[in-house]
Design a protein around this ligand. Structure first.
Ligand SMILES: Nc1ncnc2c1ncn2[C@@H]1O[C@H](COP(=O)(O)OP(=O)(O)O)[C@@H](O)[C@H]1O
Ligand SMILES: [Mg+2]
Length: 513
């Protein structure tokens, strides 16, 4: 078996376009050593481009790192590096230059824009392949060479997968194993529905599961459901692209259309349908639900993602969706995952905790373990510490973040998102009285104290409204106040009295209207 040193020194001498085995030997060694997914996407004279995925490196861009393996003389290396950058450069793109010669390291560095890449020279590569903890070495190098703001791992703006996806083990496994079961993943915004499906697709891809060929994705967010035809054609275009068949699709044509598509792919379709609230009551979805239940049909199963409307449709046992679709609800992250979501990315940024148990317990309570709030808190803490040049987070930092204006706005926004005035009043009363566990009877009780009577269906609707506004969280054991920051804030300020007044007036107006 060749030693790492011999593989590196052979590759340093260079290779031709028809000798891809030489760079490949280095890449294979790196792959083993770093336990990463690495795929060669281009290989030529003295250079190779590889896309690497480091799912245990919690730094921005680590899911999808463009690596450039290079050797040779300066002029040639510089031109190759320019070409490489043109093909991979972009926002958030992390770039690793793996230079087998000093010349190549220098010229690649001068060809690439400053701050956008990390260079491993020949001796760094040797130590990497020799190291007992190569990932730690990789992270150190990244932190040394790339500004920390570019490495900030926490994401709150879009769905996450790979290195920043935590928890949801059972849910992912169900999507993978129960592959002919229809699911409605329904619930409040930002609980992690889109992330769950993104991670599911990534897992299939990583396992090279043939089912990855069969999924079709359609996001109905921009669909204007003016008519059934508009809906069915929107779906058709997402599945089959803009073709004469998809733009002329009718509801009657849907099943043959899907059958042709499934035939082309060679297996029934795994339909992942996003943001279906506006369309889940449509005829198109009734037809989809029926087709999905047909043995040997063109649909393997449906995965529907949505909020209140989907939740209602899935509850309703008389609706076609209610009959044919299993409701999957998402809880806040489990404690262990929530902890790791804070500890690991911060550690990879070079930041630790002064009293880990205590500080984490504070953050878990404030955020209610809601994934987006955890990521938000992590980002704020990392920024605060690194801007101060401090490497340890203490209780004091948590307090600073909690009282920050942006945090206050974000954590109390559920109160503003409650549309129904009576539900808003219930929310304020729950906070005032410090009630944490909520169900329809608690709601009836709270309302009764204001001399208004509500019956069970209405109070159940109030619970749903409070959940969908992110005021409550759903868990298998019941509904809870979604985050403790709201209650703290309300008690610490004069928020409650005027807000309660306003809500009461709105309720009375409604009552008399
Ligand atoms: N499993 C998860 N692990 C870590 N963070 C998550 C997870 N799920 C969601 N998030 C966080 O929550 C945010 C919103 O997630 P997203 O999947 O878009 O929610 P939804 O589709 O329910 O609105 C993400 O940007 C991310 O910060
Ligand atoms: Mg979403």
């Amino acid at each position: 078996v060749a030693t790492s040193a011999s593989i590196l020194s052979r590759a340093a001498l260079g290779w031709n376009a028809d000798q891809p085995d030489i760079p490949l030997a280095v890449i294979n060694r790196l792959r083993e050593k770093l336990r990463a997914e690495m795929e060669v996407i281009d290989s030529g004279h003295n250079h190779a481009t590889v896309v690497a995925s480091f799912s245990s490196v919690r730094l921005r861009g680590a899911n999808d790192v463009a690596c450039f393996l290079i050797t040779g003389e300066e002029k040639e290396a510089e031109a190759a590096a320019r070409q490489f950058w043109r093909s991979v450069g972009g926002p958030e793109q992390l770039v690793l230059v793996l230079a087998l010669s000093e010349d190549a390291a220098r010229s690649a560095a001068s060809a690439l824009p400053a701050d956008f890449f990390c260079v491993f020279g020949p001796s760094d590569l040797a130590s990497l392949l020799d190291s007992s903890d190569p990932l730690a070495l990789l992270k150190n190098k990244l932190r040394e060479q790339v500004p920390w703001r570019r490495l900030m791992p926490f994401i709150t703006k879009h769905a996450v997968h790979g290195n920043m996806f935590y928890g949801r083990r059972n849910e992912i496994q169900r999507l993978i194993d129960e592959d002919t079961e229809n699911f409605a993943i329904a619930g409040q915004g930002r609980i992690g529905k889109s992330s769950l499906v993104a991670e599911y697709v990534q897992r299939l891809r990583k396992k090279r599961d043939p089912r990855v060929e069969a999924y079709a994705f359609c996001d109905f967010y921009t669909c204007q459901p003016k008519s059934e035809t508009a809906i069915v054609q929107f779906l058709g275009k997402a599945i089959g692209g803009v073709t004469s068949q998809s733009v002329n699709l009718t509801l009657e044509g849907l099943e043959p259309f899907l059958r042709r598509r499934a035939h082309q792919i060679g297996r029934p379709l795994d339909l992942l349908l996003e943001e279906v609230d506006m369309v889940c009551d449509s005829q198109t979805f009734k037809v989809l639900a029926h087709i999905s239940k047909r043995a040997h049909g063109p649909i393997a199963r449906l995965v529907l993602l949505g909020r209140g409307e989907l939740l209602r449709a899935a509850y309703d046992e008389y609706s076609p969706l209610g009959k044919h679709v299993q409701l999957m609800r998402l809880e806040p992250l489990d404690e262990e995952s929530a902890r790791r979501l804070l500890i690991e990315p911060l550690a990879d940024m070079g930041v630790g905790f002064s009293d880990e148990q205590l500080v984490l317990a504070m953050i878990l309570r404030l955020t209610g373990r809601l994934p987006q709030l955890l990521q938000y808190f992590g980002a704020k803490l990392a920024k605060l510490a690194l801007e101060q040049g401090c490497r340890t987070i203490s209780q004091r930092h948590v307090e600073i973040v909690r009282l920050d204006m942006e945090t206050v706005r974000m954590f109390t926004s559920p109160l503003e998102d409650i549309k129904d005035p009576l539900a808003e009043m219930v929310a304020l009363l729950l906070l005032e009285r410090g009630i944490h566990r909520v169900d329809e009877y608690v709601v009836m009780d709270v309302v009764r104290s204001t001399d208004i009577q509500v019956q069970e269906p209405r109070s159940r609707k109030i619970c749903d409204d409070l959940l969908l506004a992110n005021f409550l969280s759903w868990t298998k054991t019941g509904l809870h106040i979604a985050n403790e920051a709201m209650g703290l804030r309300v008690r610490e300020t004069d928020y409650l009295v005027p807000a309660m007044d306003r809500a009461r007036k709105r309720v009375q107006q409604r009552v008399f209207l």
